[in-house]
Design a protein around this ligand. Structure first.
Ligand SMILES: Cc1cc2nc3c(=O)[nH]c(=O)nc-3n(C[C@H](O)[C@H](O)[C@H](O)COP(=O)(O)OP(=O)(O)OC[C@H]3O[C@@H](n4cnc5c(N)ncnc54)[C@H](O)[C@@H]3O)c2cc1C
Length: 485
């Protein structure tokens, strides 16, 4: 084992927690400093009147990425949370009455596509196989380590054919048009852009690997809600000997021109450290904690991801025909994303609805439903939350699901709230977007602007979403292992 180092992790999001567990298991002396009263960051919950809502991530994919972290600590994900593999995975609805159910079974999903439109079953199978090829290459190139530019990825490729396999030269919209001859199914493809807070008009078709990942590795739910995953991370970190200091804001990363030497807390306390891991947004890091114009300019080259408008609705009774995860599509996806790309709210938004009480009645009073509704918004946008709540609920009613009569409350969360709660500039949900061919290389690197400084989390490589931030923790732990060997 390398010599033990003092490591300060700034921010207790999932990336910070995963990095802390990895580094503590490697024998380092690790402390997490989190400004909120609880760790978890965007993985957060809201409870009211017997209803519980996951108000950040509601869908868990690639659980083995988290299992890897727990195993380093001598336990396993399955020992810590009660995971359920969801089937069906998603239900999709359109206003013209069309519906599609995607199952946790490829034959059933292909049959559902075929029933939706003749020929779509085989188109889906081909699209899924294509996504599988992309995923294979992405795993051994993009996700396999730190990113310092296009050459990093090229060097990890087996042959020039890998370049074509990742399908980065066309947009996801193009892929949708070339795969399906039905606008509904093209919308289904396009929605995967939103998994990285991006736009189907601009994101590379590489994102086609995400539906494959869901089909292959499943859509998961931990009983008791995603909050149980946060609790497990915290519990395992503490049992391992990570010190977790909540309600503790970091105001400064101490450094000279070459290397970091610690951090300063809001109450003036100075904590010495050999290594600082910033799990905060890279913009917050280089604007406020370690002001550095050059690094900040580089960070700002990467586009922010979309933000979101959230409604948590406590609803009496149950809704026929819905699933755990549901999407009610807008009539015109292209116009919707044109508005979002132009920094405006969509008048006719696509609505994602997670009703985890469908799987887990502990999340709502008996016979009732916890509706978490999420609508994409641009980052930084001002939202008249009462007006937009009415727009969203009216659109949903037009789809045949009128919650207005049944709701006991509808708590709202706008981009400004997301920014305030997690210090996420513009309320960006995923940190940086994947829009454009260069996005993968424009994201802030995991190695920081000073020796001993590392970046983990959604705004840095490889991007946002729970499995990706946990991957960034793995990449950084390995870098530290090599840097301090
Ligand atoms: C509404 C919503 C829905 C989402 N849905 C999904 C989903 O279904 N599936 C999925 O995989 N992902 C989803 N995501 C994305 C996912 O939640 C994030 O990518 C991930 O949780 C980000 O983790 P992180 O490690 O980057 O840290 P963050 O969660 O961003 O945490 C950073 C932490 O740093 C703390 N901090 C900031 N500044 C300071 C400071 N100066 N001092 C001390 N602490 C500080 C913050 O308080 C915060 O706790 C969603 C996110 C949101 C908001």
């Amino acid at each position: 084992m390398n010599a033990s180092r003092r490591i300060a992790v700034v921010g207790g999001g999932v990336g910070g927690l995963a990095a802390a567990i990895r580094l503590r298991s490697a024998g380092h002396d690790v402390t997490i400093f989190e400004r909120n009263a609880r760790v978890g960051g965007k993985l957060s919950t809201y409870t009211r009147d017997g209803f519980t809502f996951d108000i950040g991530p509601s869908l868990l994919t690639l659980p083995h990425v988290f299992d890897d972290v727990f195993r380093l600590a001598g336990t396993a994900l399955a020992e810590q949370v009660d995971l359920v593999r969801l089937d069906p995975q998603f239900r999709y609805f359109w206003r013209d009455g069309a519906t599609l159910t995607v199952h946790d079974d490829n034959d059933a999903t292909a049959a559902a596509f075929e029933a939706f439109r003749p020929g779509a079953g085989s188109a889906w199978r081909a699209f899924d196989a294509h996504g599988g090829e992309i995923w294979k290459v992405a795993q051994r190139t993009f996700f396999a380590g730190p990113m310092t530019g296009p050459l990093t990825v090229l060097r990890r490729m087996n042959s020039p054919r890998d370049l074509l396999r990742i399908d980065a030269l066309r947009t996801l919209n193009d892929a949708a048009r070339e795969t399906f001859d039905d606008d509904h199914l093209r919308q289904w493809v396009g929605r995967y852009a939103t998994y990285s807070g991006s736009s189907p008009r601009h994101v590379p078709a590489t994102m086609a690997c995400i539906p494959h990942v869901e089909a292959e590795y499943g859509c998961w739910y931990p009983m008791g809600g995603l909050g149980t995953l946060r609790d497990a991370f915290e519990r395992v970190a503490i049992e391992l000997g990570v010190e977790v200091r909540t309600s503790t804001e970091v105001v400064d990363v101490a450094a000279d021109a070459r290397s970091v030497s610690g951090i300063q807390l809001a109450d003036g306390e100075i904590v010495d450290a050999d290594i600082v891991i910033a799990n905060v947004d890279a913009e917050h890091l280089y604007a406020d904690l370690l002001p550095d114009d050059r690094a900040l300019r580089r960070v700002r080259r990467a586009d922010r991801s979309t933000s979101g408008f959230v409604l948590c609705v406590g609803a009496r009774g149950t809704t026929p025909g819905i699933g755990h995860h549901n999407v009610w599509f807008s009539d015109d996806y292209y116009q919707e994303f044109r508005a979002l790309d132009a920094g405006q709210l969509a008048d006719d938004p696509t609505i994602y609805g997670c009703v985890s009480a469908v799987t887990d009645q502990s999340q709502a009073p008996d016979g009732d439903e916890n509706w978490f509704l999420l609508v994409n918004t641009p980052p930084d946008v001002d939202v008249d939350t009462e007006r937009y709540r009415d727009v969203v609920l009216a659109r949903l009613a037009e789809h045949g699901v009128d919650l207005r009569e049944r709701m006991t409350f509808a708590a709202r969360m706008a981009p400004a709230d997301i920014e305030r709660l997690y210090r996420s500039p513009g309320g960006a949900i995923y940190g940086t977007s994947s829009n454009g061919m260069r996005a993968a290389f424009a994201r802030p690197a995991n190695r920081g602007a000073r020796a001993g400084l590392y970046l983990v989390g959604g705004s840095s490589h490889p991007g946002g979403g729970l499995p990706l931030v946990a991957t960034s923790a793995a990449i950084v732990a390995e870098m530290i292992d090599q840097d301090f060997a």
